[in-house]
Design a protein around this ligand. Structure first.
Ligand code: MN
Length: 173
């Protein structure tokens, strides 16, 4: 419940406990004989097709997404929700100002990308091979690693991520 009222406990229970779990169970069922049993999720999403690609992509995306909700800087094992309005610092902050003009401009562009993505998918902040920051919209289970980008931040705009709390109001979410 640490993210309430922005994301409810019920949404997280369904999102992590039902939706992500289904992708994991699906992928485990598809693995035997696929040749991907020992591959990393990144390798799978760059090489696989069909159900293996879709389920592995959603697992990779959700691991990045849920992992963002923990404040890792404490160095402690316990999971602590990040503070609201916790702006980036250091090299990341400098790169955001360099490539988007300001942190406020980045937030506006990122939110607009999420709001305008048609259908189900994800909005991403990634670094390209030269370290330049880019925002991309990826549909369904796609991930920026498929384009040679390094994902840094993601937001899930599948309806299952917000429907219990916001119904059709994706922009409010
Ligand atoms: Mn999701």
């Amino acid at each position: 419940d640490a993210l309430e009222p922005v994301i409810s406990k019920q949404t997280l229970e369904f999102h992590h406990g039902k939706h992500l779990a289904a992708y994991v169970n699906n992928l485990n069922g598809l693995f035997p004989g696929s040749g991907f049993e020992e591959a990393s999720l990144e390798e799978i999403v760059c090489k696989a097709t069909g159900g293996i690609l879709n389920n592995a992509g959603q697992i990779l995306n959700h691991e990045l997404y849920f992992g963002q909700f923990f404040d890792k800087r404490s160095g402690k094992a316990e999971r602590t929700a990040p503070k609201a309005d916790n702006a980036p610092t250091g090299k990341l902050a400098e790169a955001i100002v360099r490539d988007f003009g300001s942190f406020e401009a980045f937030k506006e562009a990122f939110q607009k990308s999420g709001a305008t993505l048609f259908g189900s998918g994800w909005v991403w902040l990634s670094a390209d091979k030269d370290g330049k920051l880019v925002i991309t919209q990826e549909v369904n289970a796609a991930n920026p690693v498929q384009k040679g980008l390094r994902p840094l931040l993601t937001f899930d705009v599948w309806e299952h991520a917000y429907y219990l709390d916001y119904q059709n109001r994706r922009t409010d979410h």
